[in-house]
Design a protein around this ligand. Sequence first.
Ligand code: AGP
Length: 609
Amino acid sequence: MCGIIAYAGSRSCTGLLYQGLRKLEYRGYDSAGLSVLVDGSIEVVRAVGNMDSLERELKGNGHADARLGLGHTRWATHGRPSSENAHPHSDCSGKISIVLNGIIENYAGLKEKLAREGHRFTSETDAEVVAHLIEKHYDGDLLEAVRRTYADIAGHFAFCAIHSGHPQMIAGARKECPLLVGVGEEEVFVASAIPAFLSETRDVIVVGDEELFVATPGEVQVLDLGKKRLDREITRVNWDVGAAEKSGYETFMRKEIYEQPDALIDTIAGRMAAPGQVVLEEMLVSDEALAGIDKVYIVACGTSFHAGMVGRYVLEDWARIAVELDIASEFRYREPVLSPSTLVVGISQSGETADTLAAMRQARRMGARVLAITNIMGSQATRDADGVIYTRAGLEIGVAATKTHLAQIAAIQLLALKLAQVRNSLGPDAIGAIAAEMKTIPGLLADYLKNESATHEIAKRYYRQPFFLYLGRGVGLPVCLEGALKLKEISYIPTEAYAAGEMKHGPIALLDKGSPVVVVATDGHVYEKVVSNIEEVRAREAAVIAVATEGNEGIKAYSDDIMYVPRTSEMLSPLVSVVPLQLLAYHIAQLKGCNVDQPRNLAKTVTVE
Ligand code: AGP
C-alpha cells in the first residue's frame, strides 16, 4: 500500500527519493509524488499512475540543489487516484509539506473545522488535514506542531513533515503503521519500509508505536507523546541489497519461487539443533506455559491464512491439540471464546496487515497469549504479540507471496513440533525423524526446481481457459486454496477452490467438457478418496491436472496432465505440493501478458481494513 521516503543531508536528494519510491513500488500504488526544498521554498511534483509517470513529470526538473525532501507512493483510500490527491500535501502557505500512510478516521470533522477557520483544501484526501493542522499548531517548533497534530487525529497512520524554515529537519509520528529511520554519514532517511533506503544505509532506528521523532543529519530523536526522549539503539540490518533486485530473473516472483529452498533452510536453521528438541527462542513462552495451552487459534489473511490452515492439520496431528482457524477480518468482529490457556497465532508476512493486527490485539485484550509468525523484524505484529517466530525468507517484493508462504508453513510446523514436544504427544524419536525429514526438503525442492518444465507445458495448454476449479482434501486443501488464489491474483482468471469431498454439493455444476480441474492428489491417507473425486470430474469430461507424488504411476490413468512433486511424508507435503501451483499460476499469467509482480488493484501490504 502507501509508501513513505524522506531525506535530509548533504546530498542532492531528488534522485535518492525517486530511487526510494522505486523500491517501495512492490507495495502497490496508483500515484506518486515528492516534495523538495529548493532555494527556501518547497516544490511539489506529483503524478497519477506508475513511477514512469512521475519520472516524466520530473524530466528537466531535477532540483539538483535540494537537500531535504519527502516522497510518497499512494494507494487510494479516501479520494480517487489523481494528481491532486497524490501526496505530498501542503498547508495553505506552501511552507509545510507532509506525506502520510494509513487513515485519519476523524478527518471529515477536522476538515470542516479547519475550513471554517479559513484553511483552503485542494484534495479529497484525509491526509491533507495533517498539513493544515501542523500549520495551525506551528509557532516555530515543528516537533511541537507534530505533537499537537497527533493529539488531534484518530486512526492508524505514520506521517513525516518538513517545513521550509527548517532546511535540515524531518519530523513525524506513527500510530500502528511503521516508520523507520535510516542513519547515514551526515544524512538521515525516514521510510515506511527498509528497502526504501537499504542501498544507502543499513543502520536503522525503529520509531515505536505512538511515538514522535525528529531527525536531522547529525541527530535522531525518538520521543514519547509527552516529548520525553526515548533511548533507541541503532540496529544493523543484514538484508542483502541484491534481494531487492531481480538478480537475472525476469520477474521478482520467479526469483522468489526459486529462492524457496534457501527460505526453508534459513527458517529451519538452528531451530532443531538437539535431536528431538525444537528451539524457538524469540517465542518467549516457557515450556511450562506452553504445556498449559489447551487451544490454538490461528488468525491471518490471504496466503498467510492458507499457511495457517496447513498449521491446523499439523497441530492436530502432531501436537494433538484443539485448533481453531479464522480469517482475521471475521475474527475481529466476532466474540471468539478465548482464555489465558488459548494461544492465538497471528500469521502475517508483512506484520502490518490491519485486520490481522486488530485480531491479535483483540485476542490480547481478551487474555489470550499471542504469538506472531512474521517475516519482518520489528514489524507491528511483533509488538502486538507476546512472542514471535520469524520466518527468515528474506525480502519478498512480488505482490503474490511465494517464498514467505513456504517459510510460514515451516514456521507453523516448527510450532507444532514444539507443542508436540512439551505435550509429549510425540516422543523425541518421532520429533527427530520429522525434523530430519524437514531438513531434506530444501534439497528436494532445489532439485525439483532445477528440472522443472512440466508446469510451463501445461500452462501453454490451458492458459486460454476462462475458469479453473481446484480441489484438495486433508492437508491438500490449503494447498489447492493457495494455488487458486495465486492464479486469480496474477492472471485474473476466475477460480474456485474447494474441499474435494464438497464438490458434488455444488461446484460440480460448473464443470463442462474440457474444464480444467487442478487436483492436489499427493500420497496420504485420503489419496483414494481424492481419486474417487477425480473420477467424478472425469465423468463430466473435465480435464484433470493432478499434483501427484513422484513414482505414482497409477495416477496417469486418471489424469490429463500431471505435475509430479518429490515424495515426503503427508504432513510435510504442502512444502513441496504448493510449488507447482505457484509455477502454474506464474506461467499462465506470463502467457497472458500480465504484470505478475504488481497485479492490478492489489497491494503487497494491506494496512487498511
Ligand atoms: C498473497 O499472495 C496475497 N497478496 C495476500 O493474500 C496476502 O497474503 C495477505 O494480504 C496477507 O498479507 P500478510 O501476510 O502480510 O499479512
